[in-house]
Design a protein around this ligand. Structure first.
Ligand code: GLY
Length: 313
């Protein structure tokens, strides 16, 4: 069997990342990309690689996922995550789950251990208990930075997308990968949007919106204004254009532009195709992203920024 070139791409959220978080955000995505790529390099599959990369970012408090998540109007943490296997179209997701440090792994357990695709709220937590997944106190998921920002900004104005482009937003991590067998996978995890209504679910855990993976076209993970991404089913829309022959970067750009024009929504995406073509695009002020292919680490933060480092020197 012909071996493919493995590739991983990760993002740490598309928003107006303030200068004080920019360095840590870039360092965080670089670490996650290296971590995910090391799984692929050892012969691991795409699913293991995206889970590992996303877990790394869930454990990094600079990102809004797992540790470092934002608070809802009640001052609580409610987490959403999805993982998807492009070989089988198997998918697992959790929404509004509490006290779980690595929701992406709970999403994977939903995919592998249940007959369902999405478990929400109490049901997701009951399932976590039933498989012996440890819970953590809410306080361990919340940073001092987040408590201060939450106090400053107590109202999330549903539907006002300008808010998403301001300093107030804080958004999502994700990973996509293709392994040496040409299998693709995606994973996305988030604490959502600060001061969201209790029970609000964004795009991240919704198949076709926050992520999608299909060996016939590619894998996508989205970030940005969840309500806008849901309205245009952004991940699936991009793959539709890939299926129709568009290049990865063109499909991503075109669909983000469409989301902006059609529903005034800003965001970002990462994607990879089974042949190893990849892209990272966004319409927000910044998005921290990193990718590894051929032992080269690529990364960026500003529009059109592409920095390069050699791995394993
Ligand atoms: N994109 C993450 C969210 O809106 O919840």
């Amino acid at each position: 069997m012909i071996k493919m070139k493995p590739v991983i791409v990760v993002h740490g959220g598309a928003w107006a990342i303030p200068d004080e978080l920019s360095r840590a955000s870039v360092d965080g995505v670089k670490t996650a990309a290296r971590e995910g790529f090391s799984v692929l390099k050892r012969g691991g599959n795409a699913l293991d690689a995206v889970e590992s990369a996303v877990r790394t970012m869930e454990d990094d408090t600079v990102f809004d996922a797992g540790h470092g998540s934002v608070l809802n109007t009640d001052g609580e943490v409610e987490l959403d995550a999805i993982i998807m296997d492009g070989k089988t179209l198997g998918s697992g997701a959790v929404s509004s789950v509490k006290n779980i440090a690595n929701p992406v792994s709970l999403a994977r357990a939903v995919m592998e251990k249940t007959n369902h695709v999405l478990l929400t709220g109490r049901g997701a937590n009951l399932f976590a208990d039933s498989i012996g997944m440890a819970t953590v106190p809410t306080d361990t998921l919340v940073t001092e930075y987040e408590r201060r920002e939450w106090e400053k900004q107590k109202t999330y104005l549903t539907g006002v997308n300008e808010l998403f482009n301001s300093q107030c937003a804080h958004d999502t991590v994700g990973a996509v990968a293709v392994d040496s067998n040409g299998n693709v996978a995606c994973a996305t995890s988030t604490g959502g949007i600060r001061n969201k209504m209790v029970g609000r679910v964004g795009d991240s855990p919704i198949i076709g919106s926050g992520g999608y993976a299909d060996n016939l076209s590619g894998a996508v993970s989205c970030t940005g204004h969840g309500e806008s991404i849901l309205k245009v089913t952004l991940a699936r829309l991009i793959l539709l254009h890939i299926e129709q022959g568009k290049a990865a970067a063109d499909a991503a750009q075109m669909c983000l532009r469409y989301m902006k024009e059609r529903v005034c929504g800003a965001g970002g995406v990462i994607l990879v195709t089974p042949s190893g073509e990849w892209a990272a695009q966004f319409t927000t002020e910044r998005m921290a992203w990193a990718a590894v292919e051929d032992d080269v680490l690529w990364y960026g933060l500003e529009p059109d920024e592409r920095c390069k480092e050699q791995l394993f020197q």
